[in-house]
Design a protein around this ligand. Structure first.
Ligand code: ARG
Length: 406
């Protein structure tokens, strides 16, 4: 009938079932109104409207759980202070497109000034610009002078980031404000960071009482929570306070691994970005004190990544793109394999695991009937060569084709 005539079909050599880890040979996927409506294999005839991706393997659209689309990798430290909010929002338009074309059909944007991320998400959803499906945090929440504050200027300038809050009720109010202005996830800083001035990566920020209040408020409103944490105390306290994911997780110990496993906490470990920071960082304006911190964090984080993987902690792909160039997100896949994952685990970390973390397995994360038609393709077998993910040949989001390379 008429409905059928508008349906699209995708034919490929194989398709990865991220749940079973099996490659399904010769799939023919039928797409209607942005959704997957049927999957056949080895079809005897091809319908009109078939996109022929012979020679390719289909994967679910990739998901990056830690990006900052409004951040420019060429502008760090004091260089960043010269860009206005509208300017960084416009840069975000370019970054959203680069991210989508690199194969990432979903991202979690874990912190942006002035709700620029909400504007980006809404512009994408309205069809004004192209980009990934976005889960957005609005302003990252944290203590005065902490990693989520802006500490570059002296007292005279009274600079204060939008997410700064001290005390249990203050952080609850910040969560409520973020939700009011469009946030769909919550991000807070549980320790100091590498790229913030005057903070210590090993030192906890926010007390247990504050974290518990913040997380309780977010959960009550139906949002999941991500905690930035490098140091052990911050990691442990955030997990005890029921956080959904810990970001970076550099100075992990056995107790944190045990607790994360018990509670089902996800780790999002950005193990590629250290190469960019130490290689290009100085040119990009990263402060010397931050470079020094990175020298203590990068290697440790990679060793601990291996420990977490071996212990069976829930892992998601989180790159911190924005610190390094958007579109280069997939470079992390080969590092994840180098430091302990199988190629399948690395792909699951960027597909079904994030969907589970975000509680959206009904719509995204795998190629299944009823889910959104978020599908990418690589040329060859990604389970044999994970670097193929650095060259995504085809991108479909919600049934719309955004990229089709020969
Ligand atoms: N945004 C993070 C911070 O400033 C980046 C950490 C990057 N380093 C790393 N080895 N993952 O703390």
């Amino acid at each position: 009938g008429n409905a059928l005539a508008t349906n699209k079909y995708l034919l490929a050599d194989a398709m990865l079932d991220v749940n079973s880890g099996k490659l399904i040979q010769q799939p023919l996927i039928e797409i209607s109104e942005g959704k997957i409506v049927s999957i056949q294999t080895k079809p005897s005839s091809l319908p009109a409207n078939t996109i022929d991706l012979s020679g390719h393997t289909l994967l679910p659209g990739l998901m990056d759980m830690h990006v900052h689309l409004t951040s420019d990798a060429k502008q760090h430290g004091y260089k960043r202070l010269s860009s206005s909010l509208p300017r960084v929002t416009l840069t975000g338009v370019k970054h959203a497109k680069q991210t989508l074309l690199a194969g990432f059909t979903t991202v979690r944007n874990v912190g942006a000034p002035g709700f620029a991320d909400v504007a980006l998400r809404d512009a994408i959803n309205d069809g004004d610009i192209i980009g990934p499906r976005m889960f957005v945090a609005g302003r990252s929440i944290g203590v005065t002078g902490g990693h989520c504050d802006n500490n570059l200027l002296p007292y005279l300038y009274k600079a204060k980031a939008g997410g700064v809050a001290d005390g249990p009720w203050a952080v609850r109010e910040k969560v409520r404000e973020n939700i009011k202005y469009g946030a769909s996830v919550i991000k807070f800083c549980a320790t100091g960071g590498v790229l913030s001035k005057g903070t210590k990566v090993g030192v906890q920020q926010l007390t247990f009482e504050e974290m518990a209040a913040l997380i309780d408020e977010a959960h009550m409103r139906g949002l999941t929570v991500a905690a930035h944490a490098h140091g052990t105390d911050g990691i442990l306290t955030a997990i005890k306070a029921e956080v959904d994911s810990v970001e970076h997780v550099s100075f992990l110990n056995d107790e944190a691994i045990k607790l994360a496993k018990k509670k089902g906490t996800y780790f999002s470990m950005d193990i590629y970005v250290t190469e960019y920071i130490l290689g290009e960082g100085e040119k990009a304006g990263i402060l010397e004190e931050s470079l020094a911190k990175e020298r203590t964090v990068g290697k440790k984080q990679r060793d601990n990544f291996r420990k977490a993987v071996n212990a069976g902690v829930n892992m998601v792909f989180g790159s911190d793109a924005g610190v390094y160039p958007h579109g280069d997100n997939p470079k992390q896949f080969s590092r994840m394999v180098e430091f302990g994952m199988t190629p399948l685990q690395a792909i699951q970390a960027a597909t079904i695991n994030p969907a589970t973390l975000l509680k959206h397995t009904d719509t995204i994360g795998s190629i299944e009937v009823g889910k959104a038609a978020d599908i990418v393709a690589v040329k060859g077998n990604p389970l044999k060569n994970i670097s193929l993910l650095e060259e995504i040949k085809f991108v479909m989001k919600d049934g719309v084709v955004y990229k089709q390379d020969k």
